[in-house]
Design a protein around this ligand. Structure first.
Ligand SMILES: CC(C)(COP(=O)(O)OP(=O)(O)OC[C@H]1O[C@@H](n2cnc3c(N)ncnc32)[C@H](O)[C@@H]1OP(=O)(O)O)[C@@H](O)C(=O)NCCC(=O)NCCS
Length: 163
C-alpha cells in the first residue's frame, strides 16, 4: 500500500490594521507602552492591529497639524510576539496615505537613538532622518519644505526634545 505524502501547512495569522475611534483604549495602551511620554491629546487618528483571536496586537496614531500641513506620527507599537513581519511599515504607509488625504505637505516623526528597527522601517518607507538633540528626526516630504517649517512642527507638538 502506498501511503499518502504528509503535507504540513503552517497557518499564519492574518492581522488587519483598522481605524478605531476607541481613544480610551489606545490611550491606555499608549500609557502602558510609552511611559513617561506625554499623550499628544485630541485630534489624533488611531489604528488598531487585530485578528480574529487577538483584538489588540498593536496600534499606531498620528495627528494632523492643519496650519503647517504636517502629518505627525505620534506612536507605533507591535506586540512582541507579532514583530518581525513588517507590520510597522504597513502602519507607516497607512498614516502617510491618511496624511496625504488630509492635505499634508510632509510627514514627521522621530525615534530614539537606539531604535534601529523603527529608523530602518521609516527609511525604507522613504523618510529622511537627521540627528537632533539625541533623537532621529524623520521627515517625508511631498513638497519642498524648509527646516524652519519642520522645526515649527516639532515645537508645536512639544516633541522637540531639545536639550
Ligand atoms: C518598532 C516596532 C513597531 C517594529 O515592529 P515590526 O513592524 O514588527 O518590525 P520589523 O521587525 O518587521 O521591522 C524591523 C526591521 O528593522 C530591521 N532592523 C532591526 N534592527 C536593526 C538594526 N540594528 N540595524 C538595521 N536594521 C535593523 C529588521 O531586520 C527589520 O527589517 P526587515 O523587515 O527588512 O527584516 C516594534 O519593535 C515595537 O513595537 N517596538 C516598541 C515600540 C516602539 O519602539 N515603537 C516605535 C517608536 S518610534
Amino acid at each position: 500500500m502506498v501511503s499518502e505524502p504528509v503535507i504540513e501547512v503552517e497557518l499564519v495569522p492574518v492581522y488587519t490594521l483598522r481605524r478605531t475611534d476607541n481613544t480610551r483604549k489606545v490611550r491606555a495602551l499608549y500609557n502602558l507602552q510609552f511611559p513617561p511620554d506625554t499623550w499628544m491629546g485630541r485630534n489624533q487618528a488611531h489604528w488598531m492591529l487585530s485578528n480574529d483571536v487577538e483584538p489588540v496586537a498593536g496600534f499606531c496614531s498620528a495627528a494632523y497639524l492643519k496650519d503647517l500641513k504636517c502629518g505627525f506620527f505620534t506612536a507605533a507599537w507591535v506586540r512582541a510576539a507579532v514583530r518581525g513581519g513588517g507590520i510597522q511599515r504597513r502602519m507607516i504607509r497607512t498614516r502617510v496615505n491618511w496624511s496625504k488625504k488630509q492635505g499634508a505637505r510632509f510627514c514627521l516623526t522621530y525615534c530614539a537613538a537606539d531604535n534601529y528597527g523603527s529608523l530602518y522601517n521609516l527609511l525604507r518607507c522613504g523618510f529622511q532622518a537627521y540627528w537632533k538633540s539625541g533623537w532621529h528626526v524623520c521627515v517625508l516630504k511631498f513638497e519642498d519644505i524648509s527646516a524652519h517649517t519642520i522645526n515649527a512642527a516639532l515645537k508645536r507638538t512639544s516633541w522637540d526634545k531639545g536639550s
